[in-house]
Design a protein around this ligand. Sequence first.
Ligand code: HEC
Ligand code: HEC
Length: 151
Amino acid sequence: MKKIYIAGLVAVISTTCFADGNRLPATIPPVVKQECASCHTLYPPAFLPIESWKRIMTGLEKHYGTDASVDAQSNLVITQWLTQYGGTYKRVSGSPPHDRITNSAWFIKKHNGIAAGTWKNPKVKSAANCTACHTRANEGVYDDESIVLPK
Ligand code: HEC
Ligand code: HEC
């Protein structure tokens, strides 16, 4: 009995920690998953300032070399969601060049120690390919425990 109780308690504690490490908001409108998670992982709004998200959402027809445009109603819902939760990651300050998370000062600093060979690994291809190393990026989890560098 006691053992079961402790196991239950541990589960509760780890669930709480896990929820805390999740960078994606608890509520994600279906249209966001549909339109912003098909070509790459759904990037947490927290990682870019609100100005950057607004620029991205008004330039979707020329989106990093591709056309990612959506209808006006979807654009409204997605923009609302991105700007509601935008820029809340503690290290975000000012718009990075080309409104890329991967150009942010904090991003460069955090990823400084990664070997050149790892970036060139065909499984990585681009720094924007978060899921190549952050195995739980699709769930919004970027903590150290979930990082597996591709071999
Ligand atoms: C048709 C494919 C496609 C769709 C749909 C799409 N994107 Fe992208 N997105 C790209 C490509 C390609 C890149 C550049 C990736 C790279 O450099 O490796 C990119 C890059 C980005 C980046 C910059 C990543 C970095 O380097 O930090 C952000 C932010 C972004 N997309 C947000 C969005 C949002 C928000 C939506 C939904 C409105 C969206 N994307 C939908 C193709 C797409
Ligand atoms: C080539 C592998 C690789 C790619 C691709 C990558 N990361 Fe990382 N990332 C790492 C490693 C390794 C660390 C741990 C660095 C450290 O702890 O010193 C890290 C750390 C982080 C951290 C800090 C985690 C913490 O708890 O402090 C965040 C946030 C993060 N990455 C976000 C991203 C995002 C967002 C993307 C995609 C736009 C991305 N990373 C792409 C390897 C990668």
